[in-house]
Design a binder for this molecule. Structure first.
Ligand code: GDG
Length: 475
């Protein structure tokens, strides 16, 4: 097998099977990470190790659009234990401040270790001598260390897309030591926010008693030497230019007008776009909106809330329950406030093509991002990028990583329902001059710091780690 100088390891491969297509029919999956890494993959003749997304599918490595893809197979049982269980029902809720109670099952953990080892072995096989490997996200926290053990010649990076919690919560994890050791196998460990990197450093000090200094973590090696790993923030972003281009397309602008028309041309359209996930604060948003209708601060003849909740993790119990709760609330609001001519809330449990999402962003006067906890939240950045006329208001939770950069949004604490109601009313009534002043500043942030910058900064940090390592080896 040919070996690559640059290898990405992620839970999923960057392709999806074409529905109804043959076994060899693949298409590129939508998503920022894939777009961000595409140029790097091409330049470096890179390889990507990941799962194909279907249980019990054994697919041989293949080339797609200039990238060598290395599929990792998972059995149906492993999908249940490693992915739906340990990843999505233990790490996900624990790392999002236990909004839903994390489940701790030893069987899930065993499967997680086994699957992480399989990914590490696949990456070790795919990487050329002295190559750079970039591991992605919380499903693969043990891979950095396992990979370093197999291949000490590699330079290893890891990026954590979700929050890293405060130690008081992290310490619940029965396998807290193994996970920290797993992550410390990397030379550079990237987080969304400075606070996440700080929480991680504290966990390292508390669990392993290692010394940390700024972003440097001093790791004592068996031979008595000290290795330095860097843990710091690299806030992720979007392909901003691609969103600007879509927002300028006439067909998409026409579609936005059609969407407004279809909703009866209300004076104000509020929009929420989220995976249907308990971290996103959809219930809090609906509660605030329902109360505004009940109190008469908002009239159904003037304001409509469009809520896209794309289907997600539908086999995990907490998600089934959340869906029931949201749908009950939506039906109550609609029943209480809809008229024959006006809809209070248009709820859409679907996924849409990217163009349609952009048309929705263009149609919306106010974007509501009320996450209770969110690594970054790309939707906030996407909305901002599409507002080429500098109009529109972003209401943004301070608990989303995006709030660190987008401080000119209307920031809210979604737990404070009165505060959230005030923010919505303020956004609806915001004078155009203020909208424009805020939006200009938000857009500058998103256009200057796009996903290309993000991957460049991370890879530069890795290159520096690699240089330090080769100097040390030479000394
Ligand atoms: C994780 C972290 C972090 C949603 N519905 C549709 C659709 N989307 C797109 C959005 C956006 C993406 O999915 C969601 O990104 P988020 O950042 O909002 O959230 P997570 O999925 O939870 O992602 C998060 C991210 O990783 C990156 O590091 O920001 O904090 O949780 O791009 O537009 N896209 C289309 N149809 C839909 O129906 N086409």
């Amino acid at each position: 097998m040919t070996q690559a100088e640059f290898v990405v390891v992620a839970n999923r491969l960057p392709v999806d099977r074409v529905p109804g297509g043959g076994d060899d029919d693949w298409r590129r999956s939508p998503g920022g990470l894939v777009t961000a890494l595409e140029p790097v993959m091409r330049r470096a003749d890179g390889a990507w190790v990941g799962w194909v997304g279907q249980a019990d599918h054994h697919v041989a490595p293949f080339d797609f659009d200039g990238t060598h893809l290395v599929p990792v197979a998972l059995s149906a049982e492993e999908v249940e234990l490693y992915y739906e269980g340990m990843s999505n029902d233990t790490f996900w809720p624990l790392y999002h401040d236990v909004i839903s109670a994390p489940q701790y099952h030893r069987e899930w953990w065993d499967a997680y270790v086994r699957v992480n080892r399989r990914f590490a072995e696949a990456a070790a096989d795919a990487a050329a001598d002295g190559a750079t490997v970039w591991v992605q996200d919380y499903q693969l926290q043990l891979v950095p260390r396992l990979l370093r053990e197999l291949r000490p010649d590699l330079t290893i990076g890891y990026f954590h897309h979700i929050p890293f919690p405060a130690y008081g919560l992290y310490s619940q994890l029965p396998w807290r030591k193994q996970v920290i050791e797993g992550l410390l196998g990397a030379d550079v460990i990237g987080f969304q926010r400075v606070a996440d990197a700080g929480n991680f450093a504290r966990a390292v000090r508390r669990v392993l008693h290692y010394t940390t200094k700024g972003s440097d973590i001093h790791i004592p090696e068996e031979d008595g030497s000290t290795r330095i790993a860097v843990a710091k923030a690299f806030p992720i972003s979007i392909d901003s230019e691609a969103y600007v281009e879509m927002a300028r397309r006439e067909d998409i602008q026409a579609r936005a007008a059609e969407i407004r028309e279809g909703l009866g041309n209300p004076r104000t359209i509020l929009l929420g776009v989220d995976r249907l996930d308990y971290t996103k604060g959809i219930r809090h948003r609906l509660k605030a909106f329902g109360e505004l209708l009940a109190g008469g601060e908002v009239d159904v003849a003037d304001v409509t809330l469009v809520q896209v909740a794309s289907p997600s993790r539908e086999r995990v119990g907490a998600y089934m329950q959340l869906r029931d709760e949201i749908e009950l609330t939506v039906a109550r609001i609609a029943g209480d406030y809809d008229t024959l001519d006006h809809t209070a809330v248009r709820y859409l449990h679907h996924s849409y093509p990217r163009e349609e999402m952009v048309a929705l962003f263009l149609a919306a006067d106010v974007m509501l991002v009320t996450a209770l906890r969110d690594g970054m939240n790309l939707v906030a950045k996407e909305y901002v990028a599409t507002r080429t006329d500098n109009r529109g208001v972003l209401v943004l939770s301070e608990f989303a990583g995006a709030a660190d950069e987008l401080s000119n949004a209307v920031l809210v604490n979604p737990h404070d329902i009165d505060g959230l109601k005030e923010a919505i009313v303020r956004a609806i009534g915001m004078p155009p001059a203020e909208q424009s002043r805020r939006m200009r500043s938000l857009r500058r942030k998103v256009l200057d710091n796009d996903v290309g910058q993000w991957s460049k900064k991370f890879l530069d940090a890795l290159a520096q780690a690699r240089k330090a390592k080769s100097e040390e080896d030479a000394a």
